[in-house]
Design a protein around this ligand. Structure first.
Ligand SMILES: O=C(O)[C@H](O)COP(=O)(O)O
Length: 247
């Protein structure tokens, strides 16, 4: 039986990850450490003996650059790459740019956790005339304006992600052996929720660390048969705890 593989990788550390700020659709760059850990993710995938036929990423440079680092280390710079705004991070609305710890001091840790991890509760939206409204950003000019968010819950993120998963990413797995997605903490949580059928409540407990490959294996009927992270389990556990915290 031929096993097909999908690798999910959250981008490497960004400048706002380092500064502990809500990022969402803000297009911030990687730190030097983020570049390094993306290269290391490429090394891990290569050492695992993996190769990919196609890759997908978002419209945001932290994911695009992480993907480039990974492909470089795998000598796969040549494979087709498709970008979609539907793989962007959850839109963090009016929280974008704010320090996570200071926001917890101001509004209480519980409310901040609700905005970060609950399935249904979006943060306060940007106002329509906010210069950060994605309608004013040329990269989204082909997206119907009504599809562009001013804030999103995880549910909203999944709702805009699933058409792309169902119409493009998942069908590509029938034609190809292995595919790679480099995206964001919350857009990838949406894909994991779907693949593992995780409940709306339990998905709150999943925190994806930066630049750690998460592998899903599929049988010939494209049913998930196995999933695992690459790397040291204790290290990964520690990174997940750090991701969960706003401090
Ligand atoms: O957009 C962000 O701030 C991060 O990419 C994810 O942040 P979170 O872990 O607070 O959801």
């Amino acid at each position: 039986m031929k096993i097909k593989k999908l690798a999910l990788v959250r981008h490497g550390e960004s400048i706002w990850n380092r500064e502990n700020r809500f990022t969402g659709w803000t297009d911030v760059d990687l730190t030097a450490e983020g570049v390094e850990e993306s290269y290391r993710a490429g090394d891990m995938l290569r050492e695992e003996g993996l190769t990919f036929d196609m890759a997908f990423t978002s419209y945001l440079k932290r994911a695009i650059k992480s993907l480039d680092c990974i492909l470089d280390r795998m000598n796969l710079d040549w494979i087709p790459v498709e970008k979609s705004w539907r793989l962007n991070e959850k839109h963090y609305g009016a929280l974008q740019g704010l320090n996570k710890g200071e926001t917890a001091d101001r509004y209480g840790g519980e409310l901040v956790q609700l905005w970060r991890r609950s399935y249904n509760t979006p943060p306060e939206p940007l106002t329509e005339d906010d210069p950060r409204n994605p309608r004013f950003d040329i990269r989204y000019r082909d997206v119907p304006p009504d599809d562009l968010p001013l804030s999103e819950s995880l549910k909203d993120t999944i709702n805009r992600l699933m058409p792309y998963w169902n119409d493009t990413i998942f069908p590509s797995l029938s034609e190809r052996d292995n595919i790679l997605i480099v995206a964001h903490g919350n857009s990838l949580r949406g894909i994991v929720k779907h693949l593992k059928n995780i409940s709306d409540d339990d998905i709150a407990g999943l925190n994806l660390p930066t630049a750690i490959p998460y592998i899903f294996e599929f049988d010939s009927d494209l049913k998930v048969v196995n999933d695992y992270f690459l790397g040291n389990p204790e290290e990964i556990e520690k990174m997940m705890k750090e991701t969960a915290s706003v401090r």
